[in-house]
Design a protein. Structure first.
Ligand code: NAD
Length: 260
């Protein structure tokens, strides 16, 4: 379905991004895997994906909080795999703290990675998508782009801004073959959430399983984590022709969280 398309998935060396990268390759796209982590593990993971799918898979470890990081990543993708047809802005980090204690450098890092990097990646890939009159931009946001939780000011603010970016870009491109949408998951059990489970277990003096049910999943009516594969399947659908009229949407995949 996506044969001949080049996908760039930021933050795809683990978690949700990795799941989306794998699903896009299985759907026929060549994929630039991006993100930090152990080089040997990532190289082996990419080689296995290339062998399984027969697609071209490359990896770039650009730090997107560094000046020029996004520019270099987009240029490298074009050199190695061709210009980007499918952009998934997925890289993200979290920091949990009362607003008065929130370290300004953590605020800057979260805003830079989630919001600024998304803007730069869109800015740099849209000209080629417009020229080819086909493109898909998926911003991996969160329910926290639609509703807030306490102690996550930087993350909630950056994610709400990502929804604004999504809507604005969608309107600009509405008469072209390029769509731009936000995917808004509830809790998914990835490295990002494992850290929060451990922190909350320490803070509340509770075992991890009680923290998961009584703290982490308290707002998620389904009382189960969203699976990475469910998000990846939605991403593949949004890249297909059946989704060509879906643009500017913020799609919750959250076990009912935002219905409260
Ligand atoms: P993860 O920690 O498993 O993956 C994060 C990815 O971002 C990794 O590939 C990492 O290398 C990369 N990354 C981190 N800092 C970077 C930097 N400075 N430069 C470049 N890359 C960097 O996290 P995840 O849970 O899979 O989260 C992926 C996205 O989904 C994030 O935007 C997150 O906010 C969002 N999200 C996660 C959940 C959840 O419950 N896990 C829920 C909703 C939304």
């Amino acid at each position: 379905m996506l044969q001949g398309r080049t996908a760039l998935v930021t933050g795809s060396t683990s978690g949700i991004g990795r799941g989306i990268a794998h699903a896009l390759a299985r759907a026929g796209a060549d994929v630039m895997v991006h993100g930090l982590g152990d080089a040997d593990r990532i190289a082996a993971d990419c080689a296995a994906l290339a062998a399984e799918t027969g697609r071209r898979i490359a990896w770039d470890p650009a730090d997107l909080t560094r000046e020029g990081g996004v520019e270099r990543l987009v240029a490298t993708t074009a050199e190695r795999l061709g210009e980007v047809d499918i952009l998934v802005n997925n890289a993200g980090i979290q920091h949990v703290s009362p607003v008065e204690d929130f370290p300004p450098e953590r605020w800057d890092a979260i805003r830079t990675l989630i919001l600024d990097a998304s803007f730069h990646a869109v800015r740099l890939t849209v000209p080629g998508m417009k020229r080819r009159n086909w493109g898909r931009i998926l911003n991996l946001v969160s329910v926290h782009g639609l509703v807030a939780s306490p102690f996550k000011t930087a993350y909630v603010a950056a994610k709400h801004a990502q929804v604004g970016l999504t809507k604005s870009v969608a309107l600009e491109l509405a008469e072209t073959g390029v769509t731009c949408n936000a995917i808004c998951p509830g809790y998914v059990r990835t490295a990002l959430v494992e850290g929060q489970i451990a922190d909350q277990a320490r803070a509340h003096g509770l075992p991890a399983e009680r923290v998961i049910r009584e703290v982490i999943l308290a707002a998620q009516p389904s009382k189960r984590f969203v699976e990475i594969e469910e998000i990846a399947a939605l991403a593949v659908f949004l890249c297909g022709e059946a989704a060509r009229s879906i643009t500017g949407a913020s799609i919750p995949i959250d076990g009912g969280w935002t219905s409260r």
